[in-house]
Design a protein around this ligand. Structure first.
Ligand SMILES: [Zn+2]
Ligand SMILES: [Zn+2]
Length: 109
């Protein structure tokens, strides 16, 4: 973890933010073991870690590219709000009567 000072929208001031660190040694080892197959994953993890930080004052996770994680895509499906469609195994809303993925009928729970 490294600490960087960022403006937190929640606290409305510049606060120290903890940024996850990429353990490059581990990824290097994995890349060697997988003969380079791991390289794209390493790159993704490094980019992802660089793009987010957690406010150490309020604990809010902020993306450094302006949006907080999950804010753009809307609510993340949770077992509270979503169930798995028995036909296609995609997550659908609990209240849904028809699966939006495969169109099969569902019993609202
Ligand atoms: Zn904060
Ligand atoms: Zn379905």
């Amino acid at each position: 973890m490294t600490n960087i000072v960022l403006h937190c929208k929640n606290c409305d001031e510049a606060t120290p933010h903890a940024q996850p660190q990429t353990s490059h040694v581990l990824h290097l080892l994995l890349s060697v073991v997988t003969v380079g197959l791991w390289l794209p994953v390493w790159l993704l993890v490094a980019l992802n870690n660089r793009g987010q930080a957690t406010c150490t004052v309020c604990g809010r996770e902020v993306g450094m590219f302006g949006s907080s994680r999950g804010g753009v895509k809307g609510m993340r499906p949770t077992p509270d709000t979503h169930v798995k469609c028995p036909d296609c195994a995609e997550l659908v809303r609990r209240e849904a009567r028809v699966c939006r993925h495969c169109g099969c009928r569902l019993i609202p729970q």
